[in-house]
Design a binder for this molecule. Structure first.
Ligand code: ATP
Ligand code: MG
Length: 425
């Protein structure tokens, strides 16, 4: 039998899970449990990065998240539920990978930038800034092939692929390059119409909400602000009530009929919202039943965490042995020869240019006539910037270009860079 491919994905235990988590991620997790060998991570280290003063919150959220997982149908019999901080190898690999992750990669990560903008500068920890590296270690430690996530995570997965390539190129093949898989609704809007349903924005419907709470939250939802009376023609596009109906009502014909009436001013917000509340409650009822089942069996919940964590420990130990040996830091008393640099040939000029073009770097980079080295021409957007900024843009592009080249090209670029650095004042 062919060995199953592996999934690693996770959630920060910072509170209960909501419908956004479901459509962006959990729905895929549930579906893929048979096809893949799944590791689902409760990323408590990552929660600490911005909740260091609220350990109580993290403690209770670990259990809330586990119950949410069981409620949506994740099955600890098939999939491993893993507590990140109980597996020391996650921290060890994070530390080692931080050495080969260029700072420039973090500086230009759009998800990290957006999240940092929301944190007071004085509150921002080094741990938060480097959480993408810990996430890379989470994914690479069990050698995951697939990472099902919401679309805010895509820059992190791309970074993971780059770091896996970088490690393999430097020390020999250890890690697969994982693929991302985005859910049916890459980013579910909030009940207030904001772009993302998110705990911190207080615009959520939680998977554990009672039927009454769902009715109340839906009744308070943002709809079409231009519509004052139910006889006014209404807007369906960008209206979160209809977005949710599209996502959660299995009866598409009914949704279309409601939309037609709404546009024509022949149905009130109240009726549409009541319909949505019923749809959501039908959808959530089986989850409520499973939750009640497990709430009465908390020993099984605890066991799920213990068993899953134990399972990943075996995989983790094996990967770390490979990593230490590839890096030749497993023993300092044995003489181990450095592995020969691989005999890989330079890319041809055409191949190198094609890769640069695919990465949209072509106008700024060139390949010499011999088809070997990639030569720097001009940094993207660096014109008119002060010299240190130019230098930074230049460097970060250089790194990007290096990733695309074969080892022989890379060696040539390194020589070129050393030459330029030696020349600069
Ligand atoms: P919150 O923003 O509510 O605090 P979070 O972003 O901290 O939640 P994470 O643990 O970072 O939660 O995310 C878990 C997974 O859920 C990720 O794959 C993320 O992309 C996905 N996700 C979270 N919110 C949404 C949403 N509104 N729509 C789609 N996917 C989402
Ligand atoms: Mg997040």
């Amino acid at each position: 039998m062919e060995k199953k491919k592996r999934i690693l994905t996770g959630i920060r235990p910072t509170g209960p899970l909501h419908l956004g988590h479901y459509t962006g991620a959990l729905e895929n997790w549930v579906r893929l449990q048979d096809e893949y060998d799944c590791f689902f991570l409760i990323a408590d280290y990552q929660a600490l990065t911005d909740h260091i003063d609220d350990i109580d919150r993290i403690r209770s959220a670990v259990i809330e998240v586990t119950l949410d997982w069981l409620a949506v149908g994740l099955d600890p019999g098939r999939s491993a539920f893993v507590v990140q901080s109980h597996v020391p190898e996650f921290a060890e690999l994070t530390m080692l990978l931080s050495m080969i992750t260029p700072l420039a990669y973090l500086q230009r990560n759009p998800t990290l930038k957006a999240e940092m903008d929301r944190i007071e500068a004085t509150e921002l920890s080094v741990g938060f800034y480097t959480y993408p590296v810990s996430q890379i270690a989470d994914i690479l430690l069990p050698k995951a092939d697939l990472v099902p996530v919401g679309d805010d995570q895509l820059p992190h997965i791309e970074l993971t692929r780059e770091i896996a390539r970088r490690f393999n190129r430097t020390y020999g093949q250890v890690f697969p390059e994982p693929e991302a898989l985005v859910g049916r609704v890459p980013r579910l809007v909030g009940t207030d119409g904001q772009a993302k349903m998110s705990k911190s924005l207080d615009n959520c419907i939680y998977l554990g909400d009672s039927a009454e709470t769902v009715e109340q939250r839906v009744a308070g939802m943002y709809t079409d602000p231009t519509r004052l009376r139910s006889t006014d023609p209404g807007h369906v596009e960008g209206n979160p009530v209809f977005m949710y109906l599209d996502v959660f009502n299995p009866d598409a014909a009914e949704v279309e009929e409601l939309k037609d009436r709404y546009r024509a001013g022949r149905v009130g917000d109240v009726e549409v919202k009541q319909r949505l509340a019923r749809v959501l409650n039908d959808f959530m009822e089986p989850m409520r039943q499973r939750r009640r089942h497990y709430e009465q069996r908390m020993d099984e919940v605890k066991e799920a965490l213990q068993e899953g964590t134990q399972r990943v420990k075996e995989v983790a130990a094996a990967t770390m042995d490979e990593v230490r040996s590839a890096m030749r830091i497993d023993s300092y008393t044995q003489s181990v020869p450095a592995s020969e640099p691989s005999e890989q040939a330079s890319l041809s000029r055409d191949e190198a240019l094609a890769r640069l073009a695919a990465a949209k770097l072509e106008p700024y980079w060139n390949v010499d006539e011999a088809g070997g080295p990639v030569l720097f021409r001009a940094a993207r957007g660096a014109k008119g910037r002060p010299p240190e900024q130019k230098d930074r843009a230049w460097r970060s592009e250089l790194i990007e270009a290096l990733e695309l080249m074969s080892e022989a090209n890379v060696a040539a670029v390194r020589r070129e860079v050393r030459r330029r650095v030696a020349r600069s004042p």
